[in-house]
Design a protein around this ligand. Structure first.
Ligand SMILES: Nc1ncnc2c1ncn2[C@@H]1O[C@H](COP(=O)(O)OP(=O)(O)OP(=O)(O)O)[C@@H](O)[C@H]1O
Length: 422
């Protein structure tokens, strides 16, 4: 199929529950390979929209076309070959194995009383493979974890061989790792198998990471639909969710990252108070000591680079989420000369450097050595919540350099003090 081919067209859709308008004048189209996220406040009609598209509910006005044909001109069985749904909180009969559940997805393709053929089994195996559950095929479903059950439900929907897959909050009970894994598998299906996906999500950043388009619903209407960068901006999010956010678009990654601003009185005062003294900051942190600092700098809108961090470190995760430039080292390895040189080049470019309250060992000693060359040449700020001697695992080598740097640096004893200035 060509990627510009239209899979779904929703035309002037209106729907009421007991005279109460739930969807008004909904119009949009989806093309082959689209991965579209529906976002909107509770009760705005996201689930109801999916239920109209799969014919579980009948619209009061308008029409819906799948592959160019009105969904009311095809039989329910034929529609199930084109559109599959993974609803919220689906019950799975505990008496069945994974493979038996996924086989149920073949029902629309079988004639009455016909049993599955070799081809059906191959399609079911393929569906299980794409959801990475083939190894679980003989397991009874009651023995599965929440994440595995969700993948079984999606595999069952895929076994229908639909061109359009509808998912209602598929990640709501999953931990962050499973959320990423699941949406990654779905994204692969869009890219490699030209599946089109329409998914209700609550996490804006998750939607930004995986979807190519977004539908924002507000007051039962489409507030905005379009490409990520067009839709996920500060004004639209404020208008739909009444949340103050900052949206940053990391260099080299065109996906917007939404940072929710803490609107407590304390922070409001901080943000209102002063202009930013710098534009670009470089932060030396690690081991989670930089999390609060990095989030704060992101909220304030600084351009930040961070280094050197081991990949997978919690500060590395935070910096990545915020879209900051990172000098990264492979996990659990000491800083290489090459990365130390990169770190120095980021320090050169920054207006100032902040050294977080980190412990020093032989693995990250080069971080402080990088900074030593900038004493007197660059504004250096130190966040010193604990005495350096309590954080030194280098037999004093780090303490020696640290004290030289400290001599010419501005020292903050707490994040609160730092926020007063920066
Ligand atoms: N069967 C029903 N009968 C009457 N009203 C209903 C029914 N199902 C849902 N509603 C109402 O329709 C509105 C939209 O519900 P819907 O489930 O589509 O919202 P949603 O955007 O998916 O919400 P959430 O984010 O909370 O899942 C809500 O006000 C809800 O109370």
């Amino acid at each position: 199929m060509k990627s510009s081919e239209q899979i779904l067209k929703v035309e002037n859709l209106g729907f009421k529950y007991n005279e109460k308008e739930i969807l008004k004048d909904i119009c949009f189209t989806l093309e082959v390979g689209d991965f579209v996220g529906i976002l909107g406040p509770n009760g705005c009609g996201k689930t109801t929209l999916l239920k109209n598209i799969n014919r579980w509910l009948k619209p009061d006005t308008g029409n819906i076309y799948v592959n160019g044909e009105s969904i009311y001109r095809v039989t329910i069985k034929d529609l199930a070959k084109r559109v599959a749904t993974v609803p919220q909180d689906t019950y799975l009969d505990v008496a069945f194995t994974v493979e038996q559940i996924v086989l149920m997805g073949r029902n629309p393709h079988l004639k009455n009383f016909e049993s599955e053929q070799k081809e059906d089994i191959a399609i079911v195996e393929d569906a299980m493979k794409s959801m990475d559950i083939l190894h679980l095929r003989d397991k009874p479903v009651h023995q599965l974890s929440g994440g595995e059950r969700q993948r079984v439900l999606i595999a069952r929907a895929l076994a229908q061989q639909p061109s359009l897959l509808l998912l209602d909050e598929p990640t709501s009970h999953l931990d962050i790792n499973y959320q990423w894994e699941l949406l990654g598998l779905l994204k692969d299906l869009c890219l490699k198998k030209s599946l089109t996906i329409l998914v209700v999500l609550h996490d804006i950043n998750l939607a930004s990471m995986f979807c190519n388009k977004i539908i924002l619903l507000k007051d039962h209407k489409i507030f905005k639909m379009g490409d990520l960068n067009e839709v996920l901006n500060e004004d639209n999010i404020k208008a739909v969710f009444d949340m103050d956010v900052r949206v940053v678009t990391p260099k080299g990654n065109p996906k917007p990252v939404v940072i929710f601003l803490n609107t407590s009185d304390e922070n409001e005062a901080i943000f209102a108070k002063k202009p930013k003294p710098f534009h670009k900051l470089h932060v030396i942190c690690g081991g989670g000591e930089g999390e609060e600092l990095l989030s704060y700098l992101g909220q304030r809108g600084y351009e930040v680079s961070v280094g050197v961090l081991n990949k997978g470190d919690s500060d590395w995760e935070t910096a990545r989420r915020l879209g900051f430039d990172i000098v990264e080292e492979i996990p659990f390895s000491p800083i290489s000369d090459e990365n130390a040189a990169k770190n120095i080049s980021y320090i050169e470019k920054a207006d100032a450097v902040i050294l977080a309250n980190i412990p020093f060992g032989l693995g990250n000693l080069k971080n402080i050595m990088c900074l030593e060359g900038f004493i007197g040449r660059k504004d250096i700020y130190i966040l010193e919540e604990n005495d350096i001697n309590e954080r030194d695992y280098t037999n004093g080598a780090a303490v020696k350099i640290y004290n030289k740097i400290k001599d010419k640096a501005v020292v903050f004893k707490s994040m609160q003090e730092l926020k007063e200035i920066i």
